[in-house]
Structures are given as structure tokens and as C-alpha cells.
Design a protein around this ligand. Structure first.
Ligand code: 5RP
Length: 221
């Protein structure tokens, strides 16, 4: 079994009967959705909300019951991947373009469990570009504001086309060096008109990080 799958399957053990479950997005979250489907077929009764259209499709494919997000008050547990995790459990997310819905789910979850392989661990964030969801209107001006934060923002493209999120927005991938203070940077980014949300997730949201290792075990931090 690969490391991502091992982390995902460990996280799914946290799910109990009757829970509302947030589904992440990405290749690691895929394994979690697959496993939740397997447990649902064996009698686990849960309802899920998805962080992307892709994960919604996967839930349907694996037989996971979905509930419209408008019908719930809170989420018991959300299981999602990450692009980077630092020593304090701050995260960069959004490599798969779903950061806005992912952050909404995480911030309304009693438990936000992050599933990764060891390649995602860093001392300080910044090797991976920070994805920032921006509205298409005046995107050139929004990029100028982002550049003033000492990064090089690049509009994400999907082959020939500009990548468009599930919310109809664009992603600016912002290349920094080391990010010394993710909380302050996140606040600065979100104060720019035109920025919808950014992919820095504070450690205060994170309940646990489950790391699948190469030697058949998981570490939890
Ligand atoms: C999607 C995300 C993903 O969780 C992140 O990109 C990690 O993906 P993967 O599990 O495929 O490595 O934030 O927006």
C-alpha cells in the first residue's frame, strides 16, 4: 500500500456512525473517499459534503451519501490532503485548485484531519507556491498587489486555457522563498480587493496531521 493511501485509511478510522464528513480534494483525499465508500457499503451511516465537483463525483462513484452544504450546521470531521505542512502544522493547500471550498469545510469542522506522505513535510512553508483564488475582473491589478507582497504570482493554466475554479474564479500561484509568518501573510493577501481566499491554512484549524511513511506505518502529529 502506498504512503498516501495508508494515511487516508488511518484517518477514515476516526469516522463514526451518524457523522457529517467533509471530503477533501486531491490524490490523497481520493483514497479517503474510496475507503469511506467501502465502510458505507459495510453499514457505516454518514453523510458527506464535498470540497470540489471532482470529489462530489468520486463520492457518487464510491457510494458515499452526499448532503447539500446548505442543509448542515457543522461538520464532524473533514479529511483532506495538503501540499506542504510545516513544523507547527501550518499548511499550504490548493494545489488541486479547491482551496476556497476546502477552507470553508475546514473552518466549520470540529476535527480537520490532514493526510499526507512524508514528501509534504517542511521546516517552514514556501517551497510550494501559495495558491490564491482571485476574481477574473481586474486580475492584472490584483496581481500587482500580490507582487507587492514579495512574491512572483503566475496565473494557473490548464494546458492552453486559464484554469477556472469550481467557483468561476482564477488561481494565482504565488512563488515566495521562505514564509516566516503564514498568519500575517494570509491576512495581507485576503485584504487585497479581488482576492477571494488564499491557500495558507493556520495550524489553529488542524486537529491532526497523519503522515503515511514508506515503512508501512503512520505518524500522527
Ligand atoms: C487540493 C489540495 C490538495 O489537498 C493538495 O493539493 C494535495 O494534493 P495531493 O493529495 O494530490 O498531493 O489542496 O486543492
Amino acid at each position: 500500500m502506498n504512503s498516501k493511501k495508508r494515511a487516508a485509511e488511518k484517518a477514515v478510522e476516526y469516522i463514526q456512525d451518524g457523522m457529517i464528513v467533509g471530503l477533501g480534494t486531491g490524490s490523497t483525499a481520493y483514497y479517503a473517499i474510496e475507503k469511506i465508500g467501502e465502510r458505507a457499503r459495510s453499514g457505516l451511516r454518514i453523510k458527506a459534503v464535498a470540497s470540489s465537483k471532482r470529489s462530489e463525483e468520486l463520492a457518487k462513484q464510491f457510494g458515499v451519501a452526499l448532503v447539500p452544504i446548505e442543509e448542515i450546521d457543522s461538520i464532524d470531521i473533514t479529511i483532506d490532503g495538503a501540499d506542504e505542512v510545516d513544523n507547527n502544522n501550518n499548511l499550504i493547500k490548493g494545489g488541486g485548485g479547491a482551496l476556497l471550498r476546502e477552507k470553508i469545510l475546514a473552518s466549520h469542522s470540529k476535527r480537520f484531519v490532514v493526510i499526507i506522505d512524508e514528501s509534504k513535510l517542511v521546516g517552514k512553508l514556501g517551497r510550494f507556491p501559495v495558491p490564491v483564488e482571485i476574481v477574473p475582473f481586474a486580475s492584472n491589478l490584483t496581481l500587482r498587489h500580490l507582487r507587492a507582497l514579495d512574491c512572483e504570482p503566475r496565473i494557473r493554466r490548464d494546458a492552453e486555457n486559464v484554469y477556472i475554479t469550481d467557483n468561476g474564479n482564477m488561481i494565482a500561484d504565488c512563488f515566495f522563498d521562505i514564509i516566516e509568518d503564514p498568519e500575517i501573510l494570509s491576512a495581507r493577501m485576503n485584504s487585497i480587493p479581488g482576492v477571494v481566499e488564499n491557500g495558507l491554512f493556520s495550524h489553529t484549524m488542524v486537529h491532526a496531521v497523519i503522515i503515511g511513511t514508506e515503512n508501512d506505518t503512520v505518524k500522527i502529529k
